[in-house]
Design a protein around this ligand. Sequence first.
Ligand code: ADP
Ligand code: ZN
Length: 199
Amino acid sequence: MGWIEVIVGPMFSGKSEELIRRLRRAEIARQRVQIFKPVIDQRYTVNGIVSHSGLEISSDLVKDASEILTKVEPRTEVIGIDEAQFLGEALVEVCTKLADMGKRVMVSGLDTDFMGRPFEPMPRLLAVAEEITKLLAICVRCGNPAVNTQRLVASEDLIVVGAAGMYEARCRRCFEPQLATQKIEEEKKTAVKSRAASG
Ligand code: ADP
Ligand code: ZN
């Protein structure tokens, strides 16, 4: 019997670490493992999942969810997918198909975006999963458990890839969902001022 297990939480909550831990154990058990991540995330290495604490496991790059289906070999028993929030809506169908084929599918990704909104396709994946693990980070402001990913740079794009310096973990109380938008407004104002000053 196949199944889907999902690991969610904000950045720095240990999702990659947990995924790598589970995949290593499957390898130790001599199961046939294949690991995928979206081509969009190249924060540390081109091939391979790397956690913020430096754990690493090699992986195959895919540009979308459907490419996973074409790359999965019939003999594969365990499939790991990291940064799944970047793989698009088709991921739910792809994971369902793989689990129906009898494979153990482990998926890790952000469940909310930089404004705290549900980050598709993770919420729908949670709905069809057999097992869910929600991890929390530590709020860098106050030390409480952090459920949110705080964006620190001025951008309202849903996808801005980056790690230290661009994002930090924040708890419910310290989270500022409008910070990125406020920074854009501030940048506009200083641009207007400097234009005025230079005549
Ligand atoms: P994720 O995949 O969820 O972004 P990783 O598995 O890559 O998380 O990294 C988790 C590791 O990041 C932790 O074990 C810890 O060493 C480190 N870390 C850095 N900042 C924080 C933080 N604010 N809260 C918790 N862990 C942090
Ligand atoms: Zn806090």
